[in-house]
Write a protein that binds this ligand. Structure first.
Ligand code: DON
Length: 304
């Protein structure tokens, strides 16, 4: 399999580098708007720990919403099923930063991956602590999962998002008005913006996802039952309004971020990370999705 994987990854990277349409970088966070879009990287780590990559696999990118998988794992570890009294587990069929659905549903976010649900999840992780302590736990979790301490928060990205995060402030204050925020909005959002600003390479991200492959793979981070549930949420909600299309085209549980990264899991087999900063109309990496589709097809990887 190793040789086949290497060949397929190199072919995908070579083909996609010739693309005419790279999508559009996220422009509502100025630091991300400045990232050149014609970049591509992919890495796969198999259950036995072998790593294969192609493209710009040593370039760090902003993980953004992909960090929501890790904060969810931590929140469930801290407060168990209590989180589900504050957040639902249904696909939203709306944009990741939609405000209208939150009001219609009385401040109860659809799922932990849309921004409103992720803000509540971060609020649960914060739990009255200083933001720097919660961030140390989140960063520590990701570093342990990746078995790599060289993973950091990009403070300029966090600052850039804080200065332009009017929608997230609106969501947090609305959650607070409904009694669904335990900490002051500024503290929860400060923690949220900083964990979204964690940067890593595709190799580090694929490694960080290893614990989601299944029992006995990678560092033991959460129970096998919770691993299945995290994968279920990634499958149904991980690409927001594009989750159905991603399931149809790729057939794997995955989480995207507006930095252009995608983490996908082949249960029992492998963890895959891809990065290309240009996005599609749903805020998911355009060429990243294409690469995942080609890789899953070539390797015959699907949960279906
Ligand atoms: O809250 C935001 O808007 C960003 N920090 C994260 C959004 C994101 O990555 C959505 N994913 N496609």
């Amino acid at each position: 399999m190793a040789q086949r994987l290497k060949t397929v990854l190199n072919e995908i990277a070579a083909d996609l580098s010739d693309s005419h349409d790279w999508g559009k970088v996220a422009d509502y966070i100025p630091e991300l708007a400045a990232v050149p879009k014609e970049q591509f990287a992919i890495a796969v780590i198999t259950k036995d720990g072998q790593c294969h990559s192609a493209g710009s696999a040593q370039v760090r990118f902003s993980a953004q919403s992909i960090t929501k998988v890790f904060t969810l794992a931590i929140a469930l570890g801290r407060s168990g099923d209590q989180l589900w009294q504050r957040v639902d587990r249904e696909p939203s069929g709306d944009a990741f930063n939609s405000i209208v659905q939150l009001e219609q549903e009385n401040g109860h976010p659809r799922n932990p991956f849309v921004n409103a649900g992720a803000i509540v999840t971060t609020d649960e992780v914060l739990a009255g602590r200083a933001p720097k302590d919660a961030l140390a736990e989140i960063l520590g979790f990701i570093r342990t999962a990746a078995e790599d301490d060289d993973i950091h928060i990009n403070k300029s990205v966090a600052k850039s998002e804080t200065e332009h995060g009017h929608r997230n402030f609106a969501l947090a204050h609305f959650l607070a008005s409904c009694g669904n925020l335990k900490n002051p909005p500024d503290m929860t959002l400060g923690t949220y913006f900083h964990h979204c600003a964690i940067e890593l390479t595709v190799t580090q991200l694929a490694k960080a996802g290893r614990f989601l492959i299944g029992p006995g793979v990678g560092p033991k981070m959460v129970s096998p039952e919770r691993v299945r549930r995290l994968n279920a949420l990634m499958m149904t909600c991980g690409h927001y309004d594009g989750s159905g299309d991603f399931a149809y085209r790729v057939g794997l549980p995955a989480k995207s971020g507006v930095g252009g990264g995608i983490l996908a899991i082949v249960p029992g087999q492998a963890s895959i990370a891809v990065w290309s900063p240009g996005l599609d109309q749903n805020g998911n990496s355009k060429l990243g999705t294409e690469a995942m589709q080609r890789l899953a097809h070539a390797m015959n990887w699907s949960v279906f």
